[in-house]
Write a protein that binds this ligand. Structure first.
Ligand code: GDP
Length: 205
């Protein structure tokens, strides 16, 4: 697991407080309670890395995690790599002001961050995409960033239902969006290797 050994670096309220814009990073986004922290913890094999919470909508920050440098081909120096946990504010109790702040920061981050290679969007497989998710897809469309959708909590559906939800989701992507999607479950360990491989692939692009 190349994502093993991730370490907390810092938490930021603004894009300009993030680590130096060098190397490669992949951002994780999702509405509160979608299962983003659980996914980060599962992918990195580090149970306490991102704080999971059963109380959605707490004050949030952008959190940077450093990954072990990724080996590259033919004598190149190892690639400095990071994961960025974006705040998931798509929850009714988040004050309008905070929502507007994060919308602006995430917009700026996705448009200006040179080291950003792609976005992993986390959404509950049981529900249609919500306003926050659509906004993230729109941002990816606008910036040309690849997006990988993790449909989480797949253990809550039968295998068949999950496959149908995945197929429907793929069909709904607009033409021209660089999006891939998969089913995922932290407790059932579904799709974990696939998601790790995709994150590493994004980091190396
Ligand atoms: P976040 O707010 O997006 O970071 O969500 P969390 O990772 O804190 O998860 C929110 C809730 O969903 C918690 O109660 C988790 O235990 C639960 N959860 C997260 N991922 C899964 C999953 O794949 N399957 C199931 N059944 N529950 C999950």
């Amino acid at each position: 697991n190349l994502l093993q050994g991730a370490q907390f670096v810092l938490a930021a309220h603004r894009v300009n407080q993030l680590p130096a814009d060098q190397g490669a990073e992949v951002a994780f986004a999702g509405r509160s309670n979608a299962g983003k922290s659980s996914a980060l913890n599962t992918l990195t094999g580090h149970k306490g890395l991102a704080r999971t919470s059963k109380t959605p909508g707490r004050t949030q920050q952008m959190v940077a995690f450093a990954l072990p440098p990724l080996a590259q081909g033919d004598g190149e120096a190892p690639l400095v790599a990071r994961l960025i946990d974006l705040p998931g504010y798509g929850y009714a109790k988040v004050p309008e002001e905070l929502r507007a702040h994060w919308k602006q920061e995430i917009d700026a981050y996705l448009h200006r961050r040179e080291s950003l290679r792609g976005v992993v969007l986390i959404a509950d497989i049981r529900h249609p995409l919500k306003e926050f998710d659509r906004m993230m897809l729109d941002f990816c469309f606008a910036t040309g960033l690849p997006c990988h959708l993790l449909l989480t909590k797949a253990d809550k559906l039968s295998r068949n239902q999950a496959a149908q939800a995945l197929a429907a989701m793929r069909k709904s992507f607009p033409d021209g969006l660089h999006a891939t999607a998969q089913v995922f479950s932290s407790p059932a360990n579904t799709g974990v290797d696939e998601a790790r491989a995709r994150v590493v692939e994004l980091l190396r692009t």
